[in-house]
Design a protein around this ligand. Structure first.
Ligand SMILES: Cc1cc2nc3c(=O)[nH]c(=O)nc-3n(C[C@H](O)[C@H](O)[C@H](O)COP(=O)(O)O)c2cc1C
Length: 368
């Protein structure tokens, strides 16, 4: 059985030094136009130096209409190439595999950030407090968005990333087309709800050289009714497996968790791995803290294991885990920015959401 420290070869032959992935995490700190700040570069440089085999970036918006967070990175124009390159260079200089996550927020974009009524498959608001009602994308908008994802992938290649992850998870635009909650269209983009994500995937693959690694992240289920159920996801997986992708990435809150809606005992990660059946590599994620957790993700059927919050609280997690040193599971309440090399916007965000991260009191030396 593979361990998290074993090297890994992607389908087109690119090598990873181990199976540990820093999960994509938004850093809320870029300049207003989407240019990446130096503190965001240093945050990822330190995690790459800490031993992760693959480092995924924050979600980066592919078109101005897709900006979902204050301080979000942009890959929506060629003028961002130097900004994007600064991160790719930093990650690669530390021996890690650099992956840019490309994203459009769809109906989750506040109009004050995306500058217009948010776009989505249909004019249906999400079931969240104060959610704005989006407008249904026109045929022209759909074409614009497909082009924008493809151009973003081409920019990632030109900026020196080793690969790209298409963000099809966590309720954003691509998932909104898959979901019967947000996609009520009766045209070709609604009769086949997978049509848009697959058109994006194909356009992205077309925009980069053959064999350049492209992955796809998806959320397997929604709790809304109507909403995405496992049968939808099984179809999505089967369709994606016919494409020359580098990996699939199942977005899970807890890697041990089973279905949110249906009476299945087994972990959703196990079902995803079985559905894929070895046709593409699978990245698992969710609630990994210590080495045993990472090993369990592989044992449940994933090929690679992604670490999110624990990669923020312990930038050197891979090194610490491999050498048997203690893992830092809590974010210090003081000076976290300096101690952990976290950009200010991310530190503020962590502090503002109670219970999201474990917080520890600073030691006297650190608090000084
Ligand atoms: C601060 C923060 C920002 C995140 N931003 C993104 C993102 O930009 N793209 C994405 O796909 N997931 C994002 N996520 C989700 C993580 O990639 C991951 O799936 C989730 O945190 C579960 O893993 P964990 O339990 O190891 O933290 C974010 C999570 C955190 C904590």
């Amino acid at each position: 059985m593979a361990t998290p420290f074993d090297p890994y070869l992607l389908p087109a032959g690119q090598g990873l030094r181990n199976r540990l992935v820093l999960a994509p995490m938004t850093t809320y700190s870029s300049y207003d136009d989407g240019t990446i700040r130096e503190s965001e570069v240093e945050y990822l440089r330190r995690r790459a130096a800490g031993g992760f085999g693959m480092v995924m970036t924050a979600a980066c918006y592919v078109h101005p209409s897709g900006k979902a967070f204050r301080g979000q990175w942009s890959c929506a124009d060629d003028r961002f190439l130097p900004s994007l390159r600064s991160v790719a260079d930093a990650i690669r200089s530390e021996g890690a595999f650099a992956v840019l996550q490309i994203h459009h927020g769809g109906r989750q974009c506040p109009s004050e950030l995306c500058g217009e009524v948010p776009w989505s498959a249909s004019a249906v608001a999400s079931e969240r407090p104060n959610a704005e009602t989006p407008r249904a994308m026109t045929e022209e908008d759909v074409e614009t968005a497909i082009r924008a994802y493809a151009d973003a992938a081409r920019r990632a290649f030109e900026a020196g990333y080793n690969g790209v992850e298409i963000h099809g998870a966590n309720t954003y635009l691509l998932q909104q087309f898959v979901s019967p909650h947000s996609n009520r269209r009766d045209d070709r983009w609604g009769q086949e709800r997978l049509a848009f994500p697959l058109a994006v995937t194909d356009a992205v693959l077309e925009a980069v050289p053959t064999g350049y690694p492209i992955g796809y992240r998806f959320s397997p289920e929604e709790t809304e009714t109507p909403g995405i159920r496992w049968a939808d996801t099984a179809r999505l997986i089967d369709a994606l497996c016919t494409r020359p992708l580098a990996f699939l990435h199942v977005s899970l809150r807890d890697h041990r968790g089973s279905s949110l809606n249906e009476e299945f005992d087994e972990a959703t990660l196990v079902r995803a791995a079985r559905q894929i059946g070895g046709r593409l590599p699978l990245i698992g994620v969710g609630g990994v803290k210590v080495l045993d957790d990472a090993q369990r993700v592989l044992d449940l059927g994933a090929d690679l294991v992604a670490l999110g919050r624990i990669g923020i609280s312990d930038p050197e997690w891979p090194r610490h885990a491999q050498s048997g040193q203690p893992i830092r599971t809590k974010v210090p309440s003081h000076n976290a920015e300096e101690i952990l090399t976290i950009p200010a916007g991310l530190a503020a965000r962590i502090a503002s959401v109670p219970g999201w991260f474990e917080v520890e009191e600073a030691t006297p030396a650190e608090a000084r």
